[in-house]
Each structure stands twice: as C-alpha cells, then as structure tokens.
Design a protein around this ligand. Structure first.
Ligand SMILES: [Zn+2]
Length: 75
C-alpha cells in the first residue's frame, strides 16, 4: 500500500510499503531525516505528532500547499 510522508526538503513523498514494514526515518529521495509519515483517511488527513506540516495547516490553512489544494478540490 502507499504511505504518504512529509519531507522537509521534498514536501509530500509517496512511498510503497507493506503494513509490516517499519516506517521510514529518512527520505528516500534526498535522505533528509526531517521526514515523518502522514496518516491519511477520509477527507483531508490527520497528522500524528505535529511538526512543520501540522503547524502550517492548523494556523490558517494558507501556509500549506496541500491545504490550498484540498480547499480547491472540495468545491
Ligand atoms: Zn526528501
């Protein structure tokens, strides 16, 4: 299945993994360790653990490319 990760360098990175695989701790593209798995489901997404991505999203939604994307496609 596909997991979405948030990379501090690349933004959203989709990674193909099995449920039993350990989550990645570094980006496969740029090897940055500013990298965490996003938990997706239903409408939008929930990010566990906070971090750079959650802060941009929760403040006003305007600080994130992903937030503006969701808003445009939900009309
Ligand atoms: Zn990266």
């Amino acid at each position: 299945m596909t997991f979405e990760y948030g990379c501090g360098q690349c933004g959203i990175v989709e990674v193909q993994q099995s449920m039993k695989d350990d989550k990645l701790v570094a980006c496969p593209k740029c090897t940055s360790t500013d990298f965490q798995r996003l938990i997706t489901g239903g409408t939008g997404f929930i990010l566990k653990g906070g971090g750079w991505f959650a802060q941009g999203y929760s403040d006003n939604g305007a600080g994130s490319d992903r937030a503006s994307f969701d808003r445009e496609t939900s009309k």
